[in-house]
Design a protein around this ligand. Structure first.
Ligand SMILES: Cc1cc2nc3c(=O)[nH]c(=O)nc-3n(C[C@H](O)[C@H](O)[C@H](O)COP(=O)(O)OP(=O)(O)OC[C@H]3O[C@@H](n4cnc5c(N)ncnc54)[C@H](O)[C@@H]3O)c2cc1C
Length: 426
């Protein structure tokens, strides 16, 4: 029997789920608040016809589901693979740190610690699953197996940059996944990942589905066996709903979710993501990715996109992201561009002493809520199942991809799983 299904959210997860449901013959409607599909991976038009992600994005070789989707949508010829330089800033110096060989030359640590860290990382890479690590923290594990200095110099700044004060409580299986899933070779969809999401939305429509962008969902309520989805434009009845929002957001929008569900799943913290993007008239650093491990910087990562793709792809502009994860009510998240630039730009001379503000020809700033779940040791117990206590209301979201770090690949894979589970249930 053909169901009418509303898919809430047009990120990687919602779009993939909608396509698969449409391919199974469902009458699918995707509802998205933003004017464009793509969610956290969406882009903006940097200059006419030239797109860039609001937040830096690439793929790893292990991202098989995302690569498969790119091929399925006939975009495979635009997927490029490179091994750009990843580095760590320590004591004012950029140290390349992206391979066993560069680790051996990583002078902020004594050679014995470099060898120890290399062995521990190799052990995590070889470990097929993280079951044995469950219950432990990344801080304890890295201190124990890599040593205090490796923790202080490399891992503590990374954990703190991503998770703030929760750094010492982050679950070890998440750290395992981060090491295990990553490859030196990084992929990028030349022309921007927005193409993937535009193409997905187009494929949904060609398969009979409907996409509504620029429309916010304000509530979902059960009503006589079906579900009423309310937006600013009114309410509409569906047989089934999949919410791809963060559990906390779904909890807010669905007042009928029972207390027991809320107690367990409306739980934990998430950070927002913040990126300032600079267009420069010349290169800034020699690295693609720079973990900013020195204290006192107002950003935790610097991603020089045009040290991956040539600046010629962007009309000769050199593009640099200055990224942060912050609590969603942090003043930075809503600060105007000029304030952000006044705060950030003076620090660039610490990375390149020749830097001058006149190099900046353009700048943008983006912030997004619910961008990084804070994966503390007890996180796992609070992950919601796909099925909710409300009949025909399903939840599938990037908060469920633990222990993996959230990423397009895992949202795409999760979408396939929730659709399979819905098929089994009908
Ligand atoms: C800084 C940063 C860097 C990243 N780097 C990478 C990377 O290098 N590689 C990679 O693969 N992944 C990366 N990611 C992660 C990747 O972007 C996400 O994992 C993926 O895009 C999540 O897709 P999703 O569909 O699960 O969620 P989302 O993209 O969050 O989609 C949810 C959608 O719901 C919509 N929505 C929310 N509320 C409402 C409402 N009330 N009504 C209607 N719509 C609503 C949102 O607008 C959004 O479009 C990065 C993320 C960030 C923040």
């Amino acid at each position: 029997m053909s169901h009418s299904t509303a898919v809430l959210g047009a990120g990687a997860l919602g779009l993939t789920a909608a396509l698969r449901l449409a391919q199974r013959g469902d009458r699918v409607t995707v509802i998205e608040r933003e004017p464009l599909p793509g969610g956290l991976a969406s882009g903006f038009e940097l200059q006419p016809g030239v797109w860039l992600e609001k937040f830096y994005h690439h793929l790893f070789r292990s991202d098989r589901r995302a690569i498969g989707m790119i091929d399925e949508l006939d975009l495979g010829d635009r997927l490029v693979w490179k091994q750009p330089v990843t580095a760590t800033l320590r004591d004012g110096v950029l140290h390349q740190l992206d391979s066993p060989r560069s680790l051996l030359g990583f002078s902020p640590l004594p050679i014995s610690d470099r060898i120890r860290m290399g062995a521990a990382l190799a052990g995590l890479k070889a470990m097929p699953d993280p079951r044995l690590l469950e219950g432990g923290t990344a801080a304890e594990w890295t201190r124990r197996w890599m040593g205090e200095r490796a923790y202080d110099v490399v891992w503590e700044p990374l954990l703190r940059g991503k998770f703030g004060d929760a750094a010492p409580e982050i679950a070890m299986p998440w750290f395992w996944a981060r090491v295990h899933d990553r490859t030196q070779s990084l992929g990028y969809l030349r022309g921007g990942f927005q193409q993937l999401y535009d193409r997905l939305a187009q494929r949904i429509r060609e398969t009979g589905g409907e996409t509504r962008f620029g429309m916010s969902v304000t509530s979902v309520r059960p009503d006589n066996g079906s579900l009423l989805v309310e937006t600013e434009d009114g309410s509409e009845r569906f047989d089934r709903v999949i919410s791809t929002f963060a559990p906390r957001l779904t909890a807010r929008l669905v007042p009928d979710l029972p207390a027991a569900w809320r107690d367990r799943h409306d739980w934990g913290r998430a950070y927002g993501a913040h990126c300032a993007i600079l267009a420069l008239d010349r290169p800034l650093t020699s690295a693609y990715w720079l973990n900013v491990n020195d204290p006192g910087f107002p950003f935790m990562a610097l991603v020089e996109h045009t040290n991956y793709l040539p600046a010629a792809d962007y009309g000769g502009r050199h593009l640099v992201y200055l990224g942060n994860y912050r609590p969603m009510d942090d003043p930075l998240m809503s600060a105007p561009l000029d304030t952000v630039l006044d705060d950030f730009l003076p620090h660039l001379a610490r990375l390149n002493p020749a830097f001058d503000r006149s190099w900046v020809t353009d700048a943008w700033v983006f912030a997004a809520p619910f961008a990084q779940p804070i994966v503390t040791v007890d996180y796992r117990d609070h992950i919601p199942p796909f099925r909710t206590p409300i009949p025909n209301l399903w939840v599938a979201n990037m908060f469920q991809v633990y222990p993996h770090d959230r990423g397009q690949n895992y949202s795409i894979a999760l979408a396939e799983r929730v659709v399979a589970a819905m098929g089994d249930a009908s």
